[in-house]
Design a protein around this ligand. Structure first.
Ligand SMILES: [Zn+2]
Length: 210
């Protein structure tokens, strides 16, 4: 079984774009002290179809989506004690990656949101923009958009936590690829493409107490 090279495992549903607009509107209303208007916009962006996309890519292994199992792993999977440390990139490194990549997934283009921002919004709107440790209760846009610093050469395969080896991705693309290499997942290196620029700011405009 062979597979064509592609930009991402599965493209986000087109509904994510108007949903992102609803979130920007929610934050605008919140910052203008219209909390009920903001709450409604947060709810409108919590779309079941985004949850379906998340579950399909992050869920059980599917060779037609994730790629056929390779015969041998190259480079091999390293035991824990042989993996490079630290696993997390430094805070200065994260700033550099964000300045370079902005707030879109480098694979699929999904608008992403830093987890600190998701949590800040959820603490003000626990019912309309929920975020708990239980995945089934998470706002579905936030669940997919949860910003990741993803290793291009996976950490488990010897990749280092450097600005050069890491890109901003959405949770769907990061969790969905697991610790497979780009080649094993039939993915084109996203660093070969220009960074997507837009007015989406990862909801950094959210002011917890306007
Ligand atoms: Zn993505």
């Amino acid at each position: 079984m062979t597979m064509a090279m592609r930009r991402c495992l599965l493209e986000p549903p087109p509904e994510v774009w108007p949903a992102a607009e609803r979130l920007l509107e929610a934050v605008r209303l919140h910052n203008a002290n219209d909390m009920s208007g903001a709450a409604e916009c947060f709810r409108e962006a919590d779309l079941p179809i985004i949850g379906v996309w998340f579950k399909k890519v992050v869920g059980p292994y599917d060779a037609s989506l994730h790629g056929p199992h390779p015969e041998a792993l190259d480079p091999p999977r390293l035991p824990m004690h042989e993996r490079r440390r630290p696993r997390m990139v430094s805070s200065a490194g994260r700033r550099d990656i964000l300045a370079r990549d902005g707030y879109h997934c480098r694979f699929c283009g999904m608008p992403v949101i830093p987890k600190d921002t998701i949590k800040a919004i959820a603490s003000v709107y626990p019912k309309d923009a929920p975020w708990t440790d239980n995945a089934a209760e998470q706002h579905r846009f936030f669940q997919a958009a949860n910003l990741q610093f993803d290793h291009i050469i996976p950490h488990a395969r010897g990749g280092e936590s450097s600005v050069g080896n890491m890109v901003v991705t959405c949770a769907v693309c990061n969790y969905g690829r697991m610790s497979n290499t780009l080649e094993e997942s039939f993915l084109i290196d996203p660093r070969a493409f220009p960074v997507q620029r837009s007015s989406w700011d990862g909801l950094q405009c959210f002011v917890p107490q306007p």
